[in-house]
Ligand binder design. Structure first.
Ligand code: ADP
Ligand code: ADP
Length: 231
């Protein structure tokens, strides 16, 4: 459970290109924030800086009470879902789900209980003994969400998670992810979400608030109704 804060965050890449220009953003505990904007506006760079997959060139990122600028991804209390799912290809679904907890040295019984819990939530119980290559796109995406959920992250990061799915599955997964977000809130363990997409429908239907980016700047942060009425 944690609020996420970006203060004057900048990114200049190794080639001298300034991709992010001192952005400020506050995502409240349990809030679902969608980052939108045209390709190249720095949505992905911003998400990767929050995750710790990309260094920041200036400013500060806070998760809860902690400044996480210098923390490795594993110590930030975040979990990320990628566009290409990024499942470990040689591990069955069960092991893909539990691997993060195994790395943290959790006992087997605890991993088994947690695996059962997320499998039930994401309806992937029947897939546990399959390899990733034996899954459909929609199934793989559910496993990817389960693998993030099992860590009980304070902050959930999604990078275009539905863009490889067909329209019907995309619609189903939109509902699944927003339902999951509501469920976690109802269970008293709200997840702070940053969700990157270029899909307007996803932004408008999923976001509590939407952050509109352009050329490495934040242009506007507003709830969907306000954005719809005054775009
Ligand atoms: P940094 O040293 O800032 O972490 P990277 O290691 O990510 O930079 O990238 C190394 C180089 O690869 C960059 O300096 C850039 O020239 C090039 N590069 C990688 N990805 C991109 C991209 N999406 N757009 C433009 N250049 C890129
Ligand atoms: P988006 O996710 O909104 O499409 P990105 O965050 O991927 O945008 O990229 C933002 C800008 O930074 C783009 O102009 C891109 O070419 C550039 N960029 C991304 N990665 C690198 C890199 N490693 N080196 C240099 N430039 C990069």
């Amino acid at each position: 459970m944690a609020e996420l804060q970006l203060k004057s965050v900048e990114k200049t890449y190794g080639n001298g290109f300034k991709a992010v220009h001192g952005i400020n953003l506050e995502v409240k505990e349990g809030e679902f924030m969608v980052l939108v904007g045209p390709s190249g506006c720095a949505k992905s760079t911003t998400l990767r800086m929050i995750a710790g997959l990309e260094t920041i060139s200036g400013g500060e990122i806070r998760i809860g009470e902690n400044v996480v600028n210098d923390l490795v991804p594993g110590k930030r209390g975040i979990a990320m879902v990628f566009q290409n799912y990024a499942l470990y290809p040689h591990m069955k679904v069960r092991r893909n789900l539990g691997f993060g907890l195994q790395l943290r040295g959790k006992p087997k019984a605890e991993i088994a209980t947690a695996t059962d819990e997320v499998s039930e939530i994401l309806e992937i119980e029947k897939l546990l003994d399959r390899l990733p290559k034996q899954l459909s796109g929609g199934q793989a995406q559910r496993v990817a969400v389960g693998r993030a959920l099992i860590k009980h992250p304070d902050v959930f990061l999604f990078d275009e998670p539905l863009s490889n799915l067909d329209a019907k599955l995309r619609a189903a997964m939109r509902v699944r992810i927003t339902d999951l977000h509501k469920r976690l809130k109802a269970e008293g363990r709200p997840a702070t979400v940053v969700y990157v997409t270029h899909d307007q429908v996803e932004a408008m239907t999923m976001g509590d608030r939407i952050c509109v980016m352009k050329d490495g700047h934040i242009m506007q942060v507003a709830d969907p109704v306000t954005l719809y009425e005054r775009p």
